[in-house]
Design a protein around this ligand. Sequence first.
Ligand code: GDP
Ligand code: ADP
Length: 390
Amino acid sequence: MGEAPAFCFDNLQNGFGLKPKGLETSADVGDKTFVIGGADNDSTSYIGVKIYDKSTGKWVIPTVLGTKPKACKGHSAILLNEDRIMIIIRGSTPDDCIWFFEVDTKYVKEQRKILGTEVVAWSRGVRGDAEKPVVISGPSGVGKGTLINMLMKEFPSMFGFSVSHTTRAPRGNEKNGVHYHFTDRSVMEKDIKDGKFLEFASVHGNLYGTSIEAVEAVADSGKRCILDIDVQGARSVRASSLDAIFIFICPPTMGELEERLRARGTEAEEQILKRLRNAEAEIEQGKSSGIFDHILYNDNLEECYENLKKVIELKCHPAPKGIDLPSNHSVSKIDNKILINCETPELEKASKNLIALDVSSLKGGAPGRTRGLNVYALDSFSDGLNEKLS
Ligand SMILES: Nc1nc2c(ncn2[C@@H]2O[C@H](COP(=O)(O)OP(=O)(O)O)[C@@H](O)[C@H]2O)c(=O)[nH]1
Ligand SMILES: Nc1ncnc2c1ncn2[C@@H]1O[C@H](COP(=O)(O)OP(=O)(O)O)[C@@H](O)[C@H]1O
């Protein structure tokens, strides 16, 4: 076991000529010093971010992606490695106290290139392995929506639909915010430029995209996210940090696909022809691109639905619990473990409760949650560090 490194701190370490300001913390990564937090009048921290670039001697306000933690009474920051900082929020709720502040992950690097600005990203930490989101693709009219509706109806508390944005006009039965967020192209293009989308693609002449918020809203409700997106979108998600199961739905024949599309009666002739023309290329890519983990044929609906349930590995285990941390604690890091020393007035002299966060198996990350956080309690004053709970 190694020593707690020098870059682990509570509140501001003033080792590089910066003035401590209220509830700020900071961490040095390469040439940059990331300063997180900042106090306002009632001494709650609004978790702002600024970067001091030591090579230029200038301060930079970065583009901050992802949903950030709520204002709080303070936080601790621990540099995990050269790409992310763990932030422990004080006095927060059990499901909202562990966050990851990404400063140089693959996602941050990509977004930095796309946006042409300094970028950082927040990702909320989740205990254990939440179940993987499910990405469903397939040509128009193959039955994706029908299968997803069946799943949501049978397991309403288990699955949540990622509501995409689109520039296409709503169909008669479609509700804004439920089936899609119907939006103007100029608004959507600006949001894409601002890094608000996990992926986007031009499909059948319209723009479609999954906002980071859409996926996070489902995760926040404790449900498993289902995405209905085209093959280009699936490819982008595959390349992102979202660890998902990818399923492609094929029609039994092109003739049957045309029949379903016509029978649905939602598209004008020109759109039907466009969708059928695009279907051949989509099926070709779906089968050959290596993006998809499973290819299902939707011939008999019930059979296809049963197969879908098999491949997404339905497990009915409850959502993992959060971590109950008292406001008063100190934090240190030993190897891949973050030790949180919880000090309560009654226990202060006699004993201290130690909580260990094991960060050796982290998965995912911005723009989604960071999963794989393992938590257990230790008794610090028994022989060695005995594990109490797991
Ligand atoms: N890339 C991407 N594709 C999407 C998104 N939302 C929907 N799509 C795809 O856009 C295509 C057209 O969707 P839609 O207009 O609802 O028609 P439908 O497939 O006939 O129901 C389908 O292949 C959807 O999977 C999204 O957020 N991103
Ligand atoms: N296995 C199936 N057999 C016959 N019709 C189907 C089957 N699956 C779906 N459908 C019908 O085909 C049409 C297109 O399905 P839909 O779910 O809207 O497709 P998608 O979302 O892929 O565009 C709908 O009218 C639906 O009821």
